[in-house]
Ligand binder design. Sequence first.
Ligand code: QV4
Length: 484
Amino acid sequence: YNGQPICSGQTNVVVHLFEWKWADVASECSALAQLGYCAVQVSPPQEHAVLEDPGTGLPPYPWWQRYQPVSYALDSRSGSHQEFVNMVETCNDVGVYIYVDAVIQHMTGGQSGYGSSGSFYDGATEDYPGVPFSTDDFHKQQPDECTTSSGEIEDYSDAQQVRFCRLVGLRDLRTANDYVRDMLVEYLNTLVDIGVAGFRVDACKHTMPEDLEHLYTNMHDLPTRWFPAGSRPYVFQEVIYVGGDEPIRPEHYTHIGRVTEFRYSANIGNIFRGWDGQQLSYLEDFGEGWGFMDGLDAVVFIDNHDNQRGHGPGGDSVLTYKDDRLYKMATAFELAWPYGQPRVMSSFAFDDTEAGPPSDGNGNTYDVECFNGEWVCEHRWHQIENMVGFHNAALGTGMSHWRTISDNAIAFGREGTAFIVINNEDHEVSGDFETGMPDGEYCDVISCDGPTPPCNSCGSVTVSGGNAHITVPNDSDSMVAIHV
Ligand code: QV4
């Protein structure tokens, strides 16, 4: 395992097109290629529970029904098997790869019904004929497995419970069992053979690292139709850690794949909000300097589909599209800063934290139409999409030319490839900056369409002797960014 994301060309930026249908992802891929995105994280593609009536006070067809697998048929709220294949092929052909959200640690909650592909299931008796899995394939309340009387995870400071009891009632697979492993490997390999290049693996904290390692090492090489012979699927793992004395740490998983760095998300929210005594100047050593994992092991993000809506721990400070000005600044920082593999969130608008994506009364998801008030498409916000170009131009260089202008205004460069000023003060900032950039004129990618002059009715920066005079207003963007 080498931790290198599978991307085509000089980029490593992932966009999570949360709850998009496969046909809409396919249509988006040529634009994503143009903008320099590496890959799309898609919602779980396997057959899932269909929760028309999930319980009192809950909306029909919540987004999280997709985290309750019924079988590994590729037939979900996002579309059919054939639509999934079409998406992977279309995107691979333009060099934008698909990373699948793999839900492999559990099946459904305790209800029974029919899944999105029509398979019957009964969570109460742990019967999933669509796989098939039956009760022997699930952890039991016994001394070497789940030790709580409820059968639930009750205490995250007890690693045994976290691995062998149920996460919010979800039927907990015996992932050390050969048959269970075979079924999971078969699912993953079906995806790899279609051309899926990577995986976001769900709920890894709840599975032993050796069980995950078995799955990863038994995956096929990526198909040579698109990838060099011998290419291995890319893996990053969801292990939430935001501090405290939990015994299970991200570092227990970094030898087998990258891991999501949730401390990044929680702390960047505090910094930009100015909570907890935080300020922008403290970003100077953001990353390992803050006790985060090695940046080469980390996947970083401002928000994810859970913490943007209060699911999972540590979400209070998290910035979302709802805080648009701070969100643009934080995402620009994420894409400008050389720590971790960046992921950009693309949300649907919500008030109800449990509600599913924009859809009709039968839970059929609507086609994506960016900026229509329902599909937020942060990844197409001008300031964010242009920072993907900045990120890629600077990829492989270190941070340089740091300058603390004031507590909440900072500037830094990327060893002569790029330079950014971020102003989170309540007034304009202005100054002469040593940028390290080659002399010449650059267009500000925050206000312009691209980096190359002429900068028609947008900001331009002239570098002379490596220095530039830059003024950054306190407005809805509050940034200036240039790159080669
Ligand atoms: C309820 C009760 C339980 C009870 C159970 C009875 O709360 O106490 O035992 O009924 O059956 C939904 C409901 C939840 C319900 C459960 C089972 O919200 O109330 O339990 O279904 O019916 C998503 C959502 C969950 C959702 C789940 C399955 O966030 O709310 O649960 O999907 O539909 C921890 C983990 C971390 C996890 C994070 C949310 O360490 O791994 O919590 N994050 C990932 C995903 C997340 C997903 C899951 C894991 C599960 O990112 O989206 O949970 O696949 O931190």
